[in-house]
Design a binder for this molecule. Structure first.
Ligand SMILES: *Cc1c(COP(=O)(O)O)cnc(C)c1O
Length: 387
């Protein structure tokens, strides 16, 4: 471990706050560090490992496609890309029948903002406080968290971007004006502290946007692909957006992002947006295999059942240090009355890797293959950490 750490520290960008652990192997919902210690993974690649580690079908698909054809830009048609469009069409709301493929969550959000501006001919984006949409310049404008912008001088990155309080319908009603291109929303705020939207807020967002000619962008980069107990959280809310941003677990751990959108938006100007790696056959093959496995294993159902087990168990832990327990499916958070750091460290010492979500929230984002017995161990470790 010390060797790995020294070598990384010699050349790392220095942007990341790292824990002194080198993770070298995974299987299902378990991870091992370089010293051979085993952990239950409740970090889940920060949302990119819904399928679990070391899935054989995805590994085979990647290897076979790497041998057949890894690179093919959208200058040409490609068999794997065509197949992935079919696979996505089978799981997406039928209204969202066009898809732009890219390589990450923030890129999906960038693309959605551009598509919204180009098709509405309006400029302003409305977002929510505590929302997270990525850290490239455009997406960062919608991301809450003034701390991410401070070092840039604190200027507005996209002029006219507004942040309204989450779950406040009156604020939304006031913010969506004739120059609003889009409202961007997470149905469960992930990085912002594991906060589910109310059904009323989601429904009213769709209605207000529709009535005023603004577009609704749902950012399901973290909530997508089974996480909340349905393939997409929008199914749990009964809301269909105009644009849907996806990434993280879309391709079984291979970098990929996507924006699914409605044909109703009209045509996008040719060449107004593109990316070299978008829709490459390697990522498409990984995604086809990953989505196939998620459906075969019915991971949305496991997320629902194990999520209830986890949420009930967390609520049953009596500790004066807990303020509130929240979640949907296997996106769960414990908000403490204190900084979450020491509890996350205590969990790690107890064999469970968990995440923060803002300063006071412990977030659980395990692979959706996690078993009932593993959830019990997570609960026992949490109870011990909060004692
Ligand atoms: C992680 C995340 C993003 C950014 O995705 P990257 O792939 O890290 O750029 C955007 N939106 C949400 C909701 C996320 O959780």
């Amino acid at each position: 471990m010390t060797d790995i750490r020294t070598r990384e520290d010699a050349h790392t960008s220095g942007l990341y706050q790292k824990r002194p652990l080198a993770i070298v192997r995974g299987e299902g919902a378990r991870l091992w560090d370089a010293d051979g210690n085993e952990y239950i993974d409740c970090v889940g690649g920060q949302g990119s490992a819904n399928l679990g580690h070391g899935n054989a079908a995805v590994a085979e698909a990647i290897a076979a496609q790497a041998r057949a054809l890894a690179s093919c830009t959208e200058l040409f048609y490609n068999d794997r890309r065509a197949e992935l469009y079919d696979v996505l069409a089978a799981i997406l709301p039928p209204e969202l029948d066009r898809v732009f493929l890219c390589n990450s969550g923030t890129e999906a959000v960038e693309a959605a903002f551009k598509f919204a501006r180009m098709t509405t001919k309006r400029a302003r984006i409305v977002a929510t406080m505590r929302g997270f949409h990525g850290k490239t310049m455009g997406a960062l404008a919608a991301t809450w968290g003034p701390e991410y912008r401070e070092a840039l001088g604190g200027d507005a990155l996209l002029p006219g971007t507004a942040h309204i309080p989450f779950n406040k319908v009156e604020a939304l009603d006031a913010a969506i004006t004739p120059d609003t291109a889009a409202f961007v929303l997470e149905l469960v705020q992930g990085e912002g502290g594991v906060r589910p939207a109310t059904e009323e807020f989601a429904r009213e967002a769709a209605r207000i946007c529709r009535e005023r000619g603004a577009l609704l962008i749902l950012d399901e980069v973290q909530t997508g692909f089974g996480r909340t107990g349905a393939m997409f959280a929008l199914e749990r809310y009964g809301v269909v957006p105009d644009l849907l941003c996806l990434a993280k677990s879309i391709a079984g751990g291979v970098p990929m992002g996507a924006v699914a959108f409605s044909r109703r938006l009209g045509d996008l100007p040719k060449r107004s947006h593109s990316t070299t790696f978008g829709g490459n056959p390697l990522a498409c093959a990984a995604s086809i295999a990953a989505i196939g496995e998620m459906r075969r294993l019915d991971l949305a159902r496991n997320a629902r059942e194990r999520g209830e087990q986890l949420l009930d168990g967390l609520r049953g832990i009596e500790s004066p240090r807990v303020r509130e327990v929240r979640g949907l499916g296997l996106l769960c958070g414990v908000e403490l009355k204190e900084n979450a750091g020491p509890t996350i460290k205590a969990l790690q010492d107890g064999g469970v890797l968990a995440l923060g979500a803002g300063p006071t929230v412990v977030r659980y984002l395990p692979p959706l293959v996690i078993s009932a017995e593993q959830i019990e161990r997570v609960l026992a470790a949490t109870a011990a950490a909060l004692r």
